[in-house]
Every structure is written in C-alpha cells, then in structure tokens.
Design a binder for this molecule. Structure first.
Ligand SMILES: Cc1cc2nc3c(=O)[nH]c(=O)nc-3n(C[C@H](O)[C@H](O)[C@H](O)COP(=O)(O)O)c2cc1C
Length: 209
C-alpha cells in the first residue's frame, strides 16, 4: 500500500517539502560568487548535479532570484566548493538570507583562498572545488537552473589515493535530506557494472548467480 500525493491538491509549499524529502540525499554545492561591486557571496545549493561530461558542465538551481544568481548574471563566474562534514555549522550559516552588501565569508568567519581561473574565491577549508564559467541560465517554473562549465577542479592532495582518485572517506561530504535533516557519508559499498555479454544467467530477481 502507498499514500499518493497530488501536487495540485497539496499545493506548492507542501509538495516542495515532500519532494525534497524523497529526492535524497542531495549533494551540496557551496557556491561562491562576487557581485559587480566586489562583494564576495557564499551560499549552499542542494539542487546540484553534473549536467554534461564533455564539456564538463555542472548545474545548480536557484529557487527564485537570489544574490548568487544575480552575481553570476553580472560576472559570469562562480566556484563550487564541496561542503565537508567538519564545516556543518558554517555551511548552514551561509544559508542565512543576508542583504546583498553582506559577505557570508565575513559574516560566518569562513576563510577564503584565491581561485586560479575565476575571480570568486574558494572556501579554503573545502577539500575539493570546481571553478566555473557561466554556460547558460535556464528558467524553469519559478526557478533558474544555472549551468557552469568547469574551468578547473582542485582537490587537496592528501585526499587523493595513489591513482589521484579522490577518497570519499577523506572528502566526507555533507548531503541535504528533507526538512532540516542533513546526511553524512554512511557505509560505502562497491560493485562492478555487469557487462552485457555476461548478463545471461548472471543476475535475476535480486540474486547474482
Ligand atoms: C543545505 C542547504 C541547501 C540549500 N539549497 C538551495 C537550493 O538548492 N536552491 C536555493 O535557491 N536555495 C537553497 N538553499 C537556501 C539558500 O542557501 C539561501 O536562500 C541563501 O540565503 C541564498 O543566498 P544568496 O542570496 O546569497 O544567494 C539551501 C540552503 C541550505 C542550508
């Protein structure tokens, strides 16, 4: 048995609460931008994913018009810093709706480091950052999907394994769940993809044979 939720019957805000409780866990893009006037801005966005492999494009969604979106429109640049577990309270603090003249870096006491290819700073304490140049802003409903081409990825060297692969147990990313719930990395399981030619007789009804 299931309970159905009709978006039209439930209404916008309530359905949003349901939607963000079932589209889980969501990675958090900690988006830094600079306004045309030179104020650094930092805000978490959990409607975040990879949009294209080649060229490498990531996207995040601004629910309505916000400082991050305005700054990207003005300057065409942004940086996504991975939001790590040890900065839990700091990430949350940057979700506060400050006025445009306030830098969340300063308000929340978050250390910056310079980026290499764009003007917005990186979060110094973040283990992995993606520097991005605006590709496109696409309006969808009451939101704006921001696509950015990645101009540089920079990962803390001590978080890489011997093959230069980022180690999930070192990155320790936060994720966003429903309501005020957040996630941390739990058990990590590994499995290889089944090649099509090995499929017959390999897997059925949840059982590998
Ligand atoms: C973990 C987390 C995830 C969030 N995800 C989003 C999101 O995906 N889109 C959005 O518009 N706002 C999101 N918010 C709210 C924004 O961070 C908040 O509105 C912030 O004040 C926007 O800052 P800005 O006006 O400086 O851009 C999120 C907040 C938190 C704490």
């Amino acid at each position: 048995m299931r309970t159905d939720f009709d978006p039209a019957a439930l209404g916008g805000r309530s359905f949003y609460r349901l939607l963000t409780s079932v589209v889980v866990p969501r990675p958090i893009a900690w988006v830094s931008t600079v306004s045309a006037g030179g104020v650094d801005n930092l805000a978490p966005h959990s409607f975040f994913t990879v949009a294209s492999v080649n060229p490498p494009v990531v996207s995040f969604t601004s629910v309505g018009e916000k400082d991050s979106l305005r700054n990207i429109r003005e300057t065409g640049e942004f940086v996504i810093s991975l939001a790590p577990e040890n900065l839990f309270e700091a990430v949350n603090a940057t979700g506060t709706g400050f006025t445009p003249g306030v830098s969340e870096f300063d308000a929340a006491g978050i250390a910056r480091e310079p980026s290499a290819t764009v003007r917005p700073p990186r979060v110094a304490g973040s283990p992995a950052v993606l520097e991005c140049r605006l590709h496109e802003i696409h309006p969808v409903g009451d939101c704006f999907v921001v696509y950015g081409e990645v101009t540089l990825a920079a990962v803390q060297t001590d978080m890489l394994d011997s093959d230069s692969h980022p180690r999930i147990d070192k990155l320790r990313p936060l994720s966003r769940l429903g309501l005020n719930e957040w996630g941390t990395i739990g058990e990590v399981r590994e499995i290889t993809r089944i090649p099509a030619e090995e499929w017959p007789g390999h897997y059925r009804g949840g059982q590998v044979r």
